[in-house]
Design a protein around this ligand. Structure first.
Ligand SMILES: Cc1cc2nc3c(=O)[nH]c(=O)nc-3n(C[C@H](O)[C@H](O)[C@H](O)COP(=O)(O)O)c2cc1C
Length: 177
């Protein structure tokens, strides 16, 4: 696919088929993530690829329990359902404590590369920030002592949503000529 087509086609997918994704494809998506630019070329990203149902369900249950403790249903519970359904959940970490803004931006660039790569591979993806709400619980479960930035869910698309409206470029851009 052409770059423009991939950018247009990428959507946040929240309904996945059960079909598994080949490891070689997952590795290629991770590779594309590592091709992102990073501040001072620090490459702050690290990943955990979770295909294990028990671990995915546990992470989902942390989010549901969080909602229950807060006494109201939030987007966390919806995200929990998608985490259970997606065949692959990649946790994305920032390995540096210093320069949090620069390293966070760099990790974001890697995540966006991964989403576009997934689209190019004919896969659906979802960027999940909600996992950060249960960072402590995930750290206890998996023992990785790094700052959790997000998760990326991958799977074959079951339902492809409409594109949410975008603000028009002209309405949000100033030109100084
Ligand atoms: C930093 C970030 C965190 C996000 N976290 C979640 C999330 O936890 N759950 C979810 O369902 N969508 C999440 N999204 C997806 C957004 O809701 C989605 O990108 C937005 O609604 C626009 O839709 P589109 O991606 O299809 O263009 C996140 C997106 C970003 C960039």
């Amino acid at each position: 696919m052409e770059t423009k087509e991939i950018i247009e086609k990428r959507r946040s997918i929240r309904s996945f088929e059960k079909d598994q994704i080949e490891d070689s494809i997952i590795k290629d998506i991770l590779y594309d993530g590592t091709m992102a630019p990073s501040a001072h070329h620090k490459q702050p990203w690290e990943f955990i690829v979770i295909k294990n149902e028990l671990i995915k369900n546990k992470i989902a249950s942390f989010l549901i329990e969080k909602d229950l403790r807060m006494g109201k249903e939030s987007s966390s519970s919806h995200t929990a359902r998608v985490i259970k359904e997606a065949p692959v959940c990649i946790l994305v970490y920032n390995k540096y404590e210093e320069q949090p803004l620069m390293n966070t931006l760099s990790v974001g660039a890697a995540i966006q590369n991964m989403l576009l790569s997934a689209t190019d591979h004919g896969l659906g993806s979802l960027w999940v920030g909600n996992v950060c709400k249960v960072e402590d619980e995930i750290q206890k479960l998996l023992g990785k002592n790094m700052r959790l930035m997000s998760a990326v869910l991958l799977g074959y698309v079951k339902e492809y949503p409409n594109k949410p409206e975008r603000n028009l470029v002209d309405a949000i851009t100033e030109w100084k000529i």
